[in-house]
Design a protein around this ligand. Sequence first.
Ligand code: HXC
Length: 268
Amino acid sequence: MDSPFRVDILNGKVALLTGGGSGIGFEITTQFGKHGAAVAVMGRRRQVLDAAVSALQSQGIRAIGIEGDVRKREDAARAVETTVQHFGRLDILVNGAAGNFLASPEDLSPNGFRTVIDIDSVGTYTMCHEALKYLKKGGPGRDSSTGGLILNISATLHYTASWYQIHVSAAKAAVDSITRSLALEWGTDYDIRVNGIAPGPIEGTPGLRKLAPEEMKVKLREVIPLFKIGERWDIAMAALYLASDAGKYVNGTTMVVDGGLWLSQPRH
Ligand code: HXC
């Protein structure tokens, strides 16, 4: 589907996207690139990164891949430094890296719980912390009045409660809280906007493949108010809105893009 946005809305911007080589993250990377940004993609799997970067470059997008794990502070720091060395600055950090699997609390070990918190929550915080010096107003490559932007990919699982997702729900609740705290503190001190996006079920993603087998997808469609599962494109358009000047007064919010699913109730 064509983008409703002008193709130059991110011209001159540099974005670093964790988990940006596959799934929803890759669509955000692609749309950022198509709208003028240079993109650095961070991920754990070399093959996934290589494929992502060559697909991006074949569309004329300036792109690099950086192998690393957001759980390692030195990897986070290296990803930020490599991005700036290559493209000269950093304007947008997208925290998309996430871990997920279905497990009941009976079967989930404390280490399994911690692993997802480490990737989603601590990983998000670590990336923000390492990127601050380049995102703040007056930082290298930027003027004294304009800061950059952080976008945290979240979920809606924790708005209520979700079966077999105690670890991810806790992790994403922390991510939303990080979004609000940094929006307050870094918005005030450094002119950095910090927002999130909470996708609902999105077609063709590892999340949906793992969490909803085909037969559940049919049921899911029936309870989503718009009667359809979302597309990666829907999330990328929300990201473009938040990253562009259109979203310049939006700070500290997590935008739900789920067709209204989390509100869904049986009709009485
Ligand atoms: C129970 C599990 C498990 C499972 C791992 N563990 N998989 N427990 N059921 N299926 C436990 C292990 O037993 C271990 O605990 C601990 O977790 C660490 O496991 P490792 O395999 O050593 O971890 P690691 O290799 O670091 O892998 C982390 C991972 C990984 C999270 C398990 O597989 C991963 O990142 N995969 C998912 C990537 C992904 O799907 N991303 C998209 C996310 S979608 P013990 O106690 O045995 O040591 C998303 C959407 C959410 O986030 C919202 C949907 C609507």
